[in-house]
Design a protein. Structure first.
Length: 127
């Protein structure tokens, strides 16, 4: 730490120029905050801390609620097991969707064939 002496002539020390010390002293004075400013800063930071703690508590409660729901619905709250269950369910849904699409295409083809036969029969009677 540099020892600084202030007298009527200016700032002096043992080893540094008075110009460097004056700048350091000025910077320190510019950063100096009143007790009111410090109290306001503390209150703002304390409010942010309380909000962060509240958000954390809410997130932990929501996580616990969702884990309980997962245990009830899927028998586990283990993330890897849930991912496996999801992949299985998605594969089953895709199989059912594909089967449904094939059935609709089959019905559509049969209806088109029936329409074609009806048109052929109608054209044969009209001749």
């Amino acid at each position: 730490m540099v020892e600084v002496q202030v007298n009527k002539k200016g700032v002096q020390d043992s080893g540094e120029s008075s110009e460097g010390l004056v700048e350091r002293r000025t910077e320190s004075q510019e950063n100096k905050q009143s007790i009111e400013q410090l109290t306001k800063r503390y209150n703002v930071l304390n409010t942010r801390k309380i909000q962060a703690e509240t958000n954390l508590e809410n997130a932990e409660n929501e996580l616990a609620r969702l884990k309980e729901k997962a245990r009830k619905e899927y028998g586990t709250d283990d993330l890897n097991e849930l991912k496996t269950t999801l992949a299985t369910m998605e594969a089953e849904n895709e199989r059912k969707r594909s089967e449904y699409q094939r059935e609709l295409e089959k019905i559509e083809a049969e209806l088109n064939e029936a329409d074609r036969k009806y048109a052929d029969v109608k054209d044969g009677k009209d001749k």
